[in-house]
Design a protein around this ligand. Sequence first.
Ligand code: ARG
Length: 270
Amino acid sequence: MPDSRVPRRRRFLVCEPRHFAVQYAINPWMQPDIAVDASLAHQQWLALVRAYRAHGHDVDTLEPAPGLPDMVFAANSAVVVEGRVLGSLFHAPERRPESALYETWFKAAGFDVYRPENVCEGEGDLVWTGRYLLAGTGFRTTREAHREAQEFFGVPVIGLHLVDPRFYHLDTALFVLDDDNIAYYPEAFSPGSREVLARLYPDAVLATADDALAFGLNSVSDGRHVFMAPQAEALAARLDGHGYVPVPVDLSEFRKAGGGIKCCTQEIRS
Ligand code: ARG
């Protein structure tokens, strides 16, 4: 274990939760009859942005649109690797209009955007490790989209099968710590996919069921600081033991929509 983990400065894209609400149910966390505290959600989101900036990261924002309550979940709209932007095609019709709005932002920021032909939910399911993409399927992003991502980026895409509907996106069950390691919740994956992860990352940091249910795997690491849900206590202790520095940010209101820190964060890798 390195004595001191080194952070790398990141560029993030986020979208203010001005219209955030739970108005439909497209994952098991969403219950439209339970009210969201809009002002608490807003404060929690602002605290996340402040935490990123306080740790030296750049944060860009795009304008939220009325009628798109999940637009705050920026991670789902694209995946960006070495300046190439693979856009999104949402599984749920309710979220489909988000793709074009993010595409417009990327174009204005100087990026070309490739539109996938198959259901593809951006960094929700396509996780860049530094050498290849880990790609979730089972609930949202399809195997066909994995193939499209591989052709588009020209990088290996390693498919992983998600089996628990509570962990419907790969980024609810796994996150990248740095170029060498990841953290994940094994039970969210099929037996074969678990074996793949164990072969690729024999020293991975494993999370408990409680960590995963607290959205502890929906975290963002800069290589040293891990922006993570404070409720994922066992995971925080394990990360600390591996030399990472947990930075607690509570996004509890967003859990009502099945989202957390990573869901609210798109990383722009130039
Ligand atoms: N309600 C949203 C959905 O079901 C939550 C998305 C969370 N985003 C994520 N990257 N896991 O699509």
